[in-house]
Structure formats: C-alpha cells, structure tokens
Design a binder for this molecule. Structure first.
Ligand SMILES: [Fe+2]
Length: 345
C-alpha cells in the first residue's frame, strides 16, 4: 500500500474524487467499486485512486496498491474513512481484473442470502465485462459470460422474496454507456421478477437491457455525450443506433431472438412516433414497452452535465406526461406497474 498517498489523503492535501466525472473520454482507467475487493486476496493488477491536488484543478490517478500485494482487511476498511468508494484499474489490466472478480464470485456462497455486497460484486463484474464485450471483435463468448452473471443475479432475486428491492441500492448514479446499460439490465431483471415473469423471460429482458445500446459504439463519443441540443442531422445519426445494435447482435446465436427484437424496438413509442420502425403499441413486443420505460427512467434519474438527476417519482411524472406526435410516448399500463414497483422498493 502507498502509505504516503494514504497520509496525504488523510491530511486532505489531496482530494479524492468520489465518482467518475461524466464519461471517461480517453481515460485509460476504469472504476472498480471497493466492494468488489476481497481481504486476504492477492491482486494481479495495480489499483489507483483518483485525486485532485488541493491547489489547482489537475486530476491524477495515483497507485494505491501495487500488483502482487495482498489486500489486508484493515486497509480495505480504512478506505471508507478516507472517502474512497471506488478505486481505478488500468484498462490494459482488464482481463486480470475480470479473472480476479470471477475468482471471488466462485468463492461466494451462491446458495446464501442475497446482500447488497454480493449484488455489488456481480454488478461490477457485469460492468467491466461490458467494456470487454463492447470492444471485442467477436461477441459470442461475452454474451455467454454476461448471461451467466445475469443468471446468478436472477437466482438471488428469485430465491428470496422481495430481494428485487435490493437492486435500487446498487444502481450506478453516473451516466455512461456502460453504467446505463448495467442499470437498465438489472432494473429489467428486478421488474420482471416483481411482475412474476419466468426466469427465461426475465433473462431475455436482462440481456436486452445490457446490449440495447451496443450500437452506440458506432457513434462518435462527442455526439453520444453532447450536452447542447442536437441538430437534425445529428438526431438522424443518433436514431440509427437501435439498428446498429440489431445488426451487431443478429448473427450471434448466443443472443436470443426475442431479446434481439427488444433491442431493435427499444426506442419505439406508444403512439407510433418512435424509431426506427414507428411501431404502434399493439405492434410492439409486450416487453419492449417495459424496456422503453426503464431506459428513459434510468436516463432521467442519473445526473447529466447539464442538469441534476430527477427523483424517481418526478421522473415517472415526466414520463406519464410525455407526448409524441399522436399521443402518449409511454404505455400507461407499464408506468402504473413501474410506480407500484418503485413504491415498495
Ligand atoms: Fe438507446
């Protein structure tokens, strides 16, 4: 452990930056929640802390634990006191980090009670796996791995009554392509369990939620995170992303056909004013309406550079009132179920 750094943070000579600021742009570092770390385990990658000098605005990533060190319980416990919720890993060591998390998941007692810590570990695994999947030339293996993690997550949700209530506690509160995808996926699983859908149906929703915006990787990052309003030409580019996602996933036998349809339809509106097909509610897959609502709900409840996050019920009110060219954008029946779901979480 870098004791000098720890002392500097403790003395407030360095300010720890708590959450990843916006999207990661060209940063070679990825966040890892400290709940994903296990005491007495040797790490096979460096762990960094994101800090700002007391004087000046420059943000730096400084090594906190070095590859080969064994994490001690007291060292991990001290992180909370230092205000460190997330550490960072170099993107080059992503495979080592995923192997480390996988090892911890295997050590975890799958049959036990779901806890926020266990679900956080699964969430972190899913989040970092998504970085690997979205940049991989071949998706098949990554879809299988994601399905395995989602299945494990689903098992926890199904095993304990009302365990879906835990999901609200572990969602990300920053808006990046990856955090958003994981949030929509986990919310989707939880809502489907709440609606007493089958495991298979829940998994379809989880997979669709995770990969629905894959096509965004074909859109320039500057456009994806643009804070000013989009021009008509930019909107046109943006509207292509469900088709891109569909094209990128359709040749993968690992991706279920039903989930593929949800991916293609996730921007369709109830009044037919959505895209790419302009489908009416009756023409959409019944789960499309759920995915459509969760996608917007997560976007509204996450802070953006140009506005704060909406509170859950304020977000739902906006959605209830949102109108397209010919009527309501969201299915009122789905919103009613979502309100019920959120009211008891
Ligand atoms: Fe989308």
């Amino acid at each position: 452990m870098n004791f000098t750094l720890r002392q500097q943070i403790s003395d407030k000579k360095l300010k720890v930056l708590r959450c990843p600021a916006g999207h990661l742009k060209d940063s070679p570092f990825l966040p890892l929640h400290v709940d994903g770390l296990m005491p007495n385990e040797r790490i096979t990658f460096d762990l960094f802390v994101k800090v700002r000098q007391k004087e000046g605005n420059s943000i730096t990533f400084l090594p906190y634990w070095k590859k080969g060190e064994t994490l001690q319980a007291d060292g991990l416990e001290a992180l909370e006191g230092l205000g460190i919720e997330r550490l960072y890993v170099d993107i080059q060591s992503l495979d080592h980090v995923l192997a480390y998390l996988n090892n911890i998941l295997c050590l975890q007692d799958n049959e036990g009670e779901p806890t926020p810590e266990k679900l956080t570990l699964l969430r972190e695994h899913l989040h970092l796996s998504l970085y690997r999947a979205f940049s991989a030339p071949s998706l098949g293996r990554h879809i299988h791995l994601a399905e395995k993690t989602l299945n494990r997550f689903l098992g926890y949700l199904q095993r304990k009554p009302n365990a879906w209530q835990l999901v609200g506690q572990i969602l990300y509160h920053d808006y990046t392509l990856y955090s958003h995808s994981v949030n929509v996926s986990l919310l989707g699983l939880a809502v489907m369990v709440f609606l007493r859908k089958t495991g298979r149906e829940s998994l379809i929703m989880g997979l669709a939620g995770l990969f629905h915006d894959l096509g965004m990787t074909r859109i320039k990052v500057e456009l994806m995170y643009k804070t000013d309003s989009l021009t008509e030409a930019e909107k046109e580019v943006f509207r292509k992303h469900p088709c891109y996602s569909y094209q990128m996933l359709k040749s993968n036998a690992a991706f279920p056909v039903e989930a593929l349809r949800l991916v293609l339809e996730h921007h369709e509106n109830a009044d037919g004013s959505g895209y790419p097909q302009g489908l009416l509610l009756s023409q959409q897959h019944p789960f499309t309406r759920v995915l459509r609502a969760l996608d917007s709900y997560d976007a509204l409840t996450c802070p953006r550079p140009y506005r704060s996050a909406f509170k859950p019920f304020a977000a739902l009110k906006i959605m209830q009132e949102e109108r397209g060219a010919a009527g309501l954008v969201f299915d009122p029946a789905v919103l009613k179920k979502l309100i019920h779901f959120l009211a008891i979480t």
